[in-house]
Write a protein that binds this ligand. Structure first.
Ligand SMILES: NC(=O)c1ccc[n+]([C@@H]2O[C@H](COP(=O)([O-])OP(=O)(O)OC[C@H]3O[C@@H](n4cnc5c(N)ncnc54)[C@H](O)[C@@H]3O)[C@@H](O)[C@H]2O)c1
Length: 372
């Protein structure tokens, strides 16, 4: 009998291929799991008006964890235009299923390990080993947005903020408002998760990424909470950096950093920058972790131009599966999977196109499986 029930969400485009490749590796690990397929992505938007159907939401309520490939997302007008004719004009609106999933299941911690595996020709520098903690449900991604801006919103802003004066005379269509909403609870738990991780894993320093000098209310609160939390971890150095300076310093001195923690948008930015320093999208893996569910995924999208070609690098998804094993408490299997992946990278015989080779998606997975 399977020990774990795993939601298997391939999604669109190359998501399907990298997930099939990852299954080759997981099957070799003799991991006692039942994989249950879930529908998600563009096809379900087009044909049902919902990229994240209710049956998939129900599935996620019944599993121990989920592995997710990638989805295609398009702007509102393109999304409406691709709906089946009978669904058009019915008021259905496209929203990214991954953002919905994070909010619906309160997957508040976006964890992104950034490791330069020795011998990867795409490493910016050998030896980079960072971990990013990105708040995952709040901030500018809260989805509280106005375009056009309703009169009630503009009237409230005019009455409550003198800085709104330059915008107060604009027509509803002449500007747009996206709210950056951060809570004390959301900020506290992501910062604490970063410090806890540092403490448990022998890491020396946590850098809090912010823009509190300008974005005073939300980032000011985030920074203040981070300083309070840091007091409880006297053995860990607490460091602070503005997001703009951070992008520069990360490139200049990546070895000055260790664990990074940030509100949602800044975390999104630095984790892509960090991923590029250790091989790019073919290597970027992430976990969306909540108290009751965790969904692991590569950070790349559906890459339509490579879909169906069995060409892209499955390592990002294989490393996401390794994170899933760790989260489930399957530490020896996770370590074996990471070691096998690192060995194939170091050996350099099997390389996908992004690494300068010609191996297929499947061949890369088979090479890693052969090392297990
Ligand atoms: N989490 C997600 O599912 C997610 C993330 C980003 C983008 N998207 C969506 O994916 C679609 C395509 O977006 P995009 O083309 O801007 O981004 P993308 O991440 O899909 O791909 C961009 C480029 O990166 C490279 N790449 C991506 N994955 C790779 C891999 N595994 N191995 C080697 N190279 C790889 C390819 O050159 C590809 O053309 C869009 O609809 C977008 O909205 C989804």
């Amino acid at each position: 009998m399977a020990k774990y029930r795993i939601a298997w969400l391939p999604g669109d485009g190359i998501g399907v291929e990298v997930m099939a490749a990852t299954r080759i590796v997981l099957d070799r690990l003799d991991f006692a799991a039942e994989y249950v397929h879930g529908d998600i992505g563009w096809e379900f938007w087009r044909t049902e008006g919902d990229a994240f159907p209710a049956r998939t939401i129900e599935l996620l309520k019944s599993v121990d964890a989920a592995l997710f490939g990638a989805i295609t997302s398009k702007p509102a007008k393109a999304a409406e235009a691709e709906l089946l004719p009978e669904l058009r004009g019915k008021g259905v609106q496209y929203r990214s299923p991954i953002v919905r999933m994070r909010q619906l299941f309160d997957l508040w911690n976006c964890l992104r390990p950034i490791k330069a595996y020795p011998g990867n020709p795409l490493n910016y520098k050998e030896g980079i080993d960072l971990v990013v903690f990105r708040e995952n449900t709040e901030d500018l991604y809260a989805g509280v947005e106005f375009s056009p801006v309703p009169q009630a919103v503009s009237a409230t802003l005019a009455a409550t903020s003198k800085n709104f004066a330059p915008f107060a005379g604009l027509g509803a269509d002449e500007y747009a408002v996206s709210c950056k909403i951060n809570t004390r609870r959301g900020s506290e738990r992501i910062v604490r998760a970063a410090f806890e991780f540092a403490q448990q894993n022998g890491r020396k320093k946590v850098t809090v990424v912010h823009k509190a000098n300008v974005v005073r209310a939300t980032d000011g609160m985030f920074l203040e909470i981070a300083r309070e939390v840091a007091q409880g971890y006297p053995g860990i150095q607490q460091d602070e950096a503005n997001i703009d300076a951070m992008t520069m310093w990360l490139l200049k001195n990546p070895f000055n950093y260790d664990v990074l923690v940030a509100p949602n948008l800044y975390g999104d930015i630095i984790s892509d920058l960090c991923a590029q320093m250790v091989g790019g999208l073919g290597f970027g893996c992430s976990g969306n972790i909540g108290d009751n569910l965790a969904v692991f995924e590569p950070t790349h999208g559906s890459a339509p131009k490579y879909a169906g070609q069995n060409k892209v690098n499955p390592i990002a998804t294989i490393l996401a599966a390794k994170m899933m094993l760790e989260w489930l408490g399957e530490k020896p299997r996770a370590a074996a999977l990471e070691a096998a992946t690192a060995a194939v990278i170091a050996e350099g015989r099997v390389r996908t196109y992004d690494m300068g080779g010609s191996a297929t998606t499947r061949q890369m997975a088979e090479a890693i499986a052969a090392r297990l």
